[in-house]
Design a protein. Structure first.
Length: 283
């Protein structure tokens, strides 16, 4: 479960909720998950809700590398509360504009979309790619309201084990990671690092490095703290902008809570190759 409050100093900004559940079926080497996401902008004036189903399959290339392709199918619901909009003729009688007495039809925008991804990993490295908004491949759908341009992501990283306690299955490690995203004319590059000494974790990310001209003022630094207690993992992260808005927005706060449901053969599952990227992740 995730909750994010972005730019709290500004009135009626962005509140985001997310929840997910996934399960791995060892017999079929497959994972299935459901994901719920809701974003409220302008104190609920404009809301976006995603509800999706995910599937992944895991197989070994050799003794070192494994591959995990995945699919994500989801519905996007977007609606706007026209009753709370304020038009120019409601503010100034001197401004000549179409009348706001007759409101547009209040129908929600509902669209089906899909994404695909692949993850390649070993015990210490991971690399992957994702393509989202696959329905935009169709030129006719790409021009409709509610369909976004395709978004491409390439990510990866590595982990250095400082020490490992076999009996307690705890480790001390240092990880580095990157994430590159491209959508339409915009490109973003994120770099981050994690230090984990279980049950504690600290992380630092620079999101949106100023290396691309179209979004040179969109950067933010993220500081993360995490704590793991038995099957529960709690994380808090704070973003503060590196642009001119640094003192005016209040940054962004995000909290997440994860619960791992262990099966009866959990000790046997632990001998499977685990993805080395940190389990403490922010949305």
């Amino acid at each position: 479960m995730n909750f994010r409050d972005q730019w709290p100093k500004l009135p009626s900004t962005y509140i985001t909720y997310a929840g997910s559940f996934d399960h791995y079926f060892e017999k079929y080497r497959s994972g299935v998950g459901v994901l719920f996401f809701r974003d409220d902008a302008g104190d609920g004036l404009l809301s976006t809700t995603n509800l999706g189903l995910q599937y992944s399959f895991n197989f070994d290339l050799n003794n070192i590398w494994s591959v995990r392709p995945g699919l994500h199918f989801y519905y996007r619901f977007r609606d706007i509360d026209f009753n709370r909009l304020q038009f120019s003729d409601q503010i100034s009688f001197d401004y000549i504009s179409p009348s706001s007495i007759e409101l547009p039809p209040q129908e929600n925008v509902v669209r089906f979309d899909a994404a695909t991804s692949v993850l390649v990993y070993s015990d210490i490295f991971w690399f992957g790619a994702t393509v989202d908004h696959l329905m935009s491949i169709s030129p006719s759908l790409a021009d409709e309201v509610g369909y976004r341009p395709m978004r491409y992501s390439v990510f990866g990283g590595g982990k250095y084990i400082i020490s490992r306690r076999t009996r307690s299955r705890k480790e001390e490690s240092l990880s580095g990671a990157f994430n590159f995203m491209a959508q339409d004319k915009f490109k973003y590059l994120d770099l981050g690092a994690y230090y984990i000494n279980q049950p504690l974790m600290v992380g630092l990310w620079y999101r949106g490095l100023p290396v691309f001209p179209n979004n040179r003022n969109a950067g933010a630094i993220t500081v993360l703290f995490g704590y793991q207690y038995r099957a529960f993992t709690f994380q808090y992260s704070y973003d503060f902008s590196t642009s001119k808005l640094i003192t005016k927005t209040g940054g962004a706060h995000e909290v997440s809570l994860t619960y791992l449901i262990a099966s009866k053969d959990f000790s046997k599952r632990r001998r499977l190759k685990m993805v080395p990227c940190p389990e403490f992740l922010s949305q």
